[in-house]
Design a protein around this ligand. Structure first.
Ligand code: PHE
Length: 339
């Protein structure tokens, strides 16, 4: 019987080494340890043993069973891990790949426009900065000169995680984060997702994208801002594009302006796209408020700068004559395949 047990042990180990799948492993377990398994039948036969032999063979049989159980368990873990690794390998997404859509040669229209915008500013020597989507009230509002009871908060109602933690309503908080950590000269753009508690319609979405620009140095003037935006508008909408600044109010810039560009369809004569105005608003801008600079530890007597923020959806819709914002988020391939 001893030999029989040792034989089972050796045979089982050999078979175990050759097992390639979980199903095979389970079959092996049943073959040895199951009700009608080889080891089980040996144990059944122990009744015929003498009183001296029984404990010795019994112990050996237990050892073989424990060993088999442990080896099967280990083989099972290894197989599961191997399978998981193979699956993970197959599922890997290369985030450095360009944002191509499966089955299409091109990109999502928002990515196309965002890349164009980035190219323009990288060409002008700007760096790209990023900040968190889940933001502190301090960065999204307070440090931008929008205190708790300021009416500017009404038009940027958002989703609150806690009293002082929210989904950012604008990319402007990244300005503050950058200014806190870097001394001038600063020249950055910050593209990113922003959130507002707006109901979805053809021109509104609770999630959209902005690109913020910030330049801080000695002697930066409004003229630099105008020149920069002019170049930007021409690069994105064509050489003949003009820009127009209208006085406006943003708490974190002074003076502030809303910036229109001449209609890309009619060139300014007036048409359906510009609602006969000849101009289309695409961004907000201004000279960074001294209070904002000081709050970030930058001497406003020495340094000045400008900031601007533009909506990526607005620009994309303009460039491609898209008349409903929802098309950009629905991922309907009939729409996306056109780009
Ligand atoms: N953050 C502003 C908005 O979302 C836009 C803006 C950015 C205005 C920078 C001025 C300077 O409305």
């Amino acid at each position: 019987m001893k030999e029989q047990l040792n034989g089972i042990k050796i045979k089982a180990e050999q078979e175990l080494a050759a097992v390639a799948g979980l199903k095979e492993l389970e079959d092996l377990r049943v073959n040895y340890l199951g009700k009608k398994g080889e080891l089980t039948s040996v144990l059944r036969g122990m009744g015929g043993l003498s009183a001296e032999e029984r404990p010795i063979i019994g112990q050996l049989a237990n050892e073989v069973r424990n060993l088999l159980e442990a080896s099967i368990e280990q083989a099972k873990t290894e197989l599961i891990n191997k399978e998981r690794e193979a699956r993970l390998k197959a599922e890997v997404i290369d985030v450095t790949m360009p944002g191509k859509i499966q089955g299409m040669g091109r990109r999502h229209p928002l990515s196309m426009v965002l890349n164009q915008i980035k190219d323009v500013f990288i060409g002008l020597g700007y760096e790209i900065a990023e900040g968190p989507d889940v933001e502190l009230d301090y960065y999204n509002f307070e440090a931008l000169n929008i205190p708790k009871d300021h009416p500017a908060r009404d038009v940027q109602d958002t989703f609150y995680i806690k009293d002082n933690i929210l989904l950012r309503t604008q990319t402007s908080p990244v300005q503050i984060r950058v200014m806190e950590n870097k001394k001038p000269p600063i020249k950055i753009i910050c593209p990113g997702r922003v959130y507002r508690s707006d109901a979805v319609d053809a021109t509104h979405s609770p999630i959209f994208h902005q690109v913020e620009g910030l330049v801080i140095d000695r002697g930066v003037t409004m003229g630099d801002l105008v020149g920069t935006l002019q170049l930007f508008a021409k690069s994105i909408f064509g050489e003949d594009t003009k820009i127009r600044l209208r006085p406006h109010h943003f708490p974190f810039t002074e003076p502030s302006a809303e910036v229109d560009i001449s209609c890309w369809t009619c060139g300014g004569k007036g048409c359906r796209v510009c609602k006969n105005e000849g101009w289309i608003e695409i961004l907000g801008a201004g000279m960074v408020h001294p209070k904002v600079l000081e709050a970030c530890g930058i001497d406003s007597e020495v340094y000045s700068g400008f900031a601007f923020g533009l909506g990526v959806e607005r620009v994309t819709m303009g460039k491609f004559y898209i008349d409903d914002l929802r098309l950009l988020f629905e991922n309907d391939l009939r729409f996306l395949k056109q780009f």
